[in-house]
Design a binder for this molecule. Sequence first.
Ligand SMILES: Cc1cc2nc3c(=O)[nH]c(=O)nc-3n(C[C@H](O)[C@H](O)[C@H](O)COP(=O)(O)O)c2cc1C
Length: 381
Amino acid sequence: MTIPDEKNLVSKDGTAPLRFAYWVPNVSGGLVISKIPQRTSWDADYNRKLAQIAEKAGFDYALTQIRFTAGYGAEYQHESVAFSHALLAATTRLKVIAAILPGPWNPTLAAKQIATISQLTEGRIAVNIVSGWFSGEFRAIGEPWLDHDERYRRSEEFIRSLKGIWTQDNFTFRGDFYRYTNYTLKPKPAGALPEVFQGGSSRAARDMAARVSDWYFTNGNTPDGLRAQVEDIRAKAAQGDNSPKIGVNAFVIARDTEEEARSVLDDIVAQADPDAVKAFGHEVKNAGKASPEGEGNWAKSTFEDLVQYNDGFRSNLIGTPDQIAERILALKEAGADLILLAFLHFQEEVDYFGREVLPRVRALEAQRSARTTAAPTAAAA
Ligand SMILES: Cc1cc2nc3c(=O)[nH]c(=O)nc-3n(C[C@H](O)[C@H](O)[C@H](O)COP(=O)(O)O)c2cc1C
């Protein structure tokens, strides 16, 4: 199948084509906490080739991960900003999102690093500001583990500082965590401002997205679960001048038959490392419980959900290319602007997704766009 021209995908109601991102496996063990054999590697050569395959397949973004210590199946972890630059150097169109954790990073260093990478890559770098879920990691590197909502208060100041430094000369800011006095960064990022993504679904995460983030990334979910979050964020955002776009996580198992795809999922879960999954579940649920509402990103996650780090099975992109394309459209209709994808065997499956699923998504988008634009004409006639 061929991919229709992007400009034909924008419907008259203003709906933009869905964007696609993939998780960069810069951490060992892949994106599932399972002993199932994976033809995915965390090394640089594998990842450079994967980035080239993804760019050719039609992906818009690659999302790196930041982890400072081992645990839950992730023994080795390449650093996200340096790794992002390596992927950008190996590609020409793909945007790479560098994960940044306030605490180990401060906005001064992050703004400077990202501005330089932006200059080196014609503005293809973006950032994902993460707020932390792994208290053991903070302890190991001597970083204070702030209360849940304090972590988000710090992240919000971090984002405000980044945007201030990138856009203003003589930037002055008086926060509780960060302070600037007449600070001028030169050079600033090339072209458009680096996009600021964030991860997390708690009340504090949604409020921060409504106020300052360009993109809100959330864990895998059903269309109804996603819609509830989107409505909440949009209602909050409408009170200010920010309008964040929405990205949702999903683990894709696309096979020629649904039975094949389901049996891969069964194998991943059957070979899950139960101790690692339970320990991961304990850590992330604790991190969320410390929020005032007592819930976080993983509040409703079952054992099976937790085998994929960010609840990617819940989005149910498991089946044939036709089924998956339909379900992706349902996520779009629930408010997603971007689908973030993980795979078992990244290189082969990103390629397959580009050939078999993406063209079906584009065809469905074009069909629905034609339907919405045809409807008013018919009514007028
Ligand atoms: C798509 C996505 C990517 C994330 N990437 C990272 C990461 O690379 N490193 C990290 O420490 N946390 C990462 N997180 C975790 C979040 O920043 C946040 O700490 C976590 O989701 C807890 O959110 P909560 O406040 O909703 O419970 C990510 C979250 C999402 C949804």
